[in-house]
Design a protein around this ligand. Sequence first.
Ligand code: PEP
Ligand code: MG
Length: 689
Amino acid sequence: MEEIRSLKVINQFGMHARAASQIVGLAGKYKAKLFFKKDTRWVDGSSILSILSLACPKGSEIEARIVGKDVKGFMDELEGLFKGKFGETAVGHYRPKKRIMKGFPVSPGIIIGKAHNLNRSKTQIFHTKLINRKEVDTEIDRFRQAVDMAKEQIQKFKSNMPEQVKGYALVLDTHSMILHDSLLFDPTLKRIKNEKINAGWALEKTVNKIHQLFKKVEDDYIGRRMDDVDSVCERVLRNLAGVQADSLAEIKEEVIIVAHSLSPCDIVEINVSYVIGILTDVGSQTSHMAIMSEALEIPVVVGLESATDMILDGDLLIVDGNTGEVIINPDPDTIVSYEDRKKRYNRYKSAIDRVRHLPAETVDGYKIKIKANIELLAEAKAAIESGAEGIGLYRTEYLYMIRRDFPDEKALFDDYSQIARMVAPNPVTIRTLDIASGKMESDMEAAREANPALGLRSIRFCLNERKVFKTQLRAILRASVYGNFRLMFPMISGLGQFLEAKRILKSVMRSLDRDGIKYDRDMPIGILIEIPSATSIADILAKHADFFSIGTNDLIQYALAIDRDNEHVAHLYEPFHPAVLRMIHQVVDAGNKEGIEVSLCGEMAGDPLSILILLSLELKEFSMNIGSIPLIKKMIRMLPLGELRDGFTGILQLSTSKKVEDFVLRKAKSLLPDIFDEDVFRYRSHGTT
Ligand code: PEP
Ligand code: MG
């Protein structure tokens, strides 16, 4: 059976996302097929995107055709929707106007889909004064119970973790630890007792105090652990209020989650068969949630600030996890262009994924080594799966950040021996602690330095705090027998410092010998070159080191006097500054003359434009963030390195970053047109002067 009718769009906002979703919802109820025709074009009436692609503003006339069972009833209902203006006047407030938001991209990919706004407004906190002892005791019990409950909930999540995020169990352990942290648990109990206030209020005050404390901490990484504290406290507050959170496990249709924040526990509940993307108001690229969600391999954008206010349940969204852009209620043209972008991105992704396990060998036979930078043991698996030939930089700060005191040798040994085993026979370059001095003091405020980047940090801190340093070295040495370790000291500014660090290492070796404990006696000892003074004397240092790794993140900061965490000078942070390129060249040259390996592990290694310069400067080994590996490998496998080097002679003579950038981009487009003509990935801009 068939029914055809002309319908007129009379609602003010036209046939946009909300109207289209009502039509699709209606079509789902009938065993009949719906088509729309505008001008000469027919589209499928059961697809939101097809309906939107018709672009029907108010006043449009379209033809509806229904084929199948009960076509009359279906058509009547459909006509009712049009005549009833899709409920627009009754609702009166939907905003099909296109809006664009920008956040921090965490996990790449492009998706188009429906929003599911996780309505998790923060638990309301009541402020009640307690009158007598009995009430105080009751509140203390309630608080203890809420904390115990939170602990059980976290344990439950841990035992049900999906395969993709299993490696992150440690994050949930951190949450359990925060619950009983001495900054949180005892002070809250004390507040209930001494200030005679209810548990929620007391907890709120405690968390505010922790916020104040962390605000003073210059170290970005520690500062961002506040996300974890907040998420743990919200759980306790919900338990106190007896409120259940809107659970992600219950989602059974394909949606993009929009939430103020998500905790690691939320991430482990997510079913990727239904959840196709995640957007959050808060969070940074290094929050736990961000790191974990990357493992789910769905597009994720965090730090959108007001996504939960701007986006309504059911809004149509385009999420670009490569750029951090989110488009709310896109117009049909935008949808069509993103559909195309999505196809190109997926094609590009599968093309680079296909080669990620092949060697990084240029078309003219040069072998390049590509390794991964990681911060957590849990990332090692993903690194190897992305095609890394080892870990070129294991930043070992994490175990020190998640607790107030210092981790003992056993905790460190457990972590290091696991990573050694996981990555063997490939090597792991393990960097000793690169931490600021604030960690040592019980009151972080007191230990604050005016210029932490120039302060008592990293190797300087370790040489000062011998006990902490030796404990780490002992754990590294003990773990070295389980794999293939290389040890690297960060922030070395002069030879004396390096020799001192080596002397301490030797003394730890002797103590292991005395205890009859085995370790790898031939473990290579290298320097992370990241201070200009070290580049100047690279020839001297090379005589004493087994390898160099160039840390451009800090090298640029110190060479150009640009605080890498200060957004006011971010535009002056220029990786292509001629001085930076010359420094890199000097280090490579010194290493080559002495016959030691030189690699580069700063962010530059993972940038498609930078890598061309670095390859031209004769670097053969790189370590980068996991996400960059497949593309960089693909580029290298397409590259005629000899031709690149010939074409790049003279790059060190260019006078400004801008000239370098223009030069490299021109060369890149002619050497690798397939890569650089596609605009599906973005390379960083490298300065304007
Ligand atoms: C660097 O400084 O380039 C580096 C690799 O270390 P981090 O980013 O950890 O300072
Ligand atoms: Mg550094």
